[in-house]
Design a protein around this ligand. Sequence first.
Ligand code: SF4
Ligand code: SF4
Length: 403
Amino acid sequence: MDKIRVSVIKCESYDKEMLDPALDMCLNALDNFKDIIKPGKKILIKPNLLSPHEPEKAITTHPLFIECIIKKIINITKQPENIIIADSCVPTLPYTATGLKKLYEATGMSTLADRTGVMLNYDNGYSKISIAEGVSVKQIDVIKPAVTSDIIINVPKFKTHNLTITTGAVKNMFGIIPGMSKPGFHTRFFDIEMFCNLLIDINIAVKPQLTIMDGILGMEGNGPGRGGIPRKTNLILASTDCFALDNIASNIMGLAEDKNPILAEAKKRNLKGAFLENTELVGGSLSDLKIYDFMLPSVLRKEMNKNFITRILMRVAKDSLNPYPKINKKKCRGKSCKNCQKICPQSAIMNSKINRNDLIFDYKKCIRCFCCSEACPEGAISNEYTLIGNLIVNRYGFGRSKK
Ligand code: SF4
Ligand code: SF4
């Protein structure tokens, strides 16, 4: 069986003289950078733009790192206008044109776009995609550029994360979930295994063709935000497989794949990149690259799960931040069908006691996976928000009218 190649190169600085040849060596080792990038294709650069902070905080992918990648793409395509940078950041900053402008200015993306001629995404609309193999969800809303682009280049940061311990290639794709939907998912999938399966589902549905990780200035400790500590880790990693890349990055941080909750779930799903033995590391040995005193987060999710008040608050938030399924009785075929009832993993759809032909939901049991909506042959199940949810999502979330 062919192994998945992960290329790792040491690089100590974002200075062009050092970064440019290092990135070349890293990408050339993959042997297919030029095959992936084609003139005429629309390319999404998906950095980690978690929150509006300057690059020195190590919270976001460094603009000089992104710029170096962009210039390599433009050298091939000569079409900067076909490249767009997009991400949906923490919802404390609304996913609106104004919020995005602040994000781009703080993280250095605005000046980067001025220098290179690439686009910045200001469209806060979203599109629904289906995930046939999804374990946690069967359909999901993603930001527009994730579906309108031909190629996705994932450019995550080498960081720790209080919830998933590390945040790298797989977790970075959570940023294609628009605005207020993100905390909604955190409340729906409070259980860490389910949340990791959601991340895996997203990566299966929207598979980046290439991932290039900025590990020059990494983050250790209680990441991924201000609680983390920037640390010079002097690395660039690249692969066509997010799971394989994360596997190497996690092991470099001192976290074996079985202890990494995302990779552990990916292993259960038999994803090739989650198994270290399926990975070919180019550019050094793991023992040489490993950072033996790297600080992982001290506050782990298992401890949070024991916190009763946190759990109650999450339950309350779950109902307002997540859409719920609703049946349009005029479209529903009733008892001649019942596909939704058969497929529901929670047995949350029942026959109405008033009219046996009608179906009703038990919203306490419902995990908002929307398998029912996916299975409905009549398109009779819609996603609705509560009144409060609607207000929050429209004020701080995404442009619901722009489907
Ligand atoms: S009713 Fe069942 S299938 Fe539909 S969203 Fe809820 S849990 Fe999923
Ligand atoms: S799958 Fe659709 S049409 Fe069939 S019973 Fe459910 S809501 Fe009605």
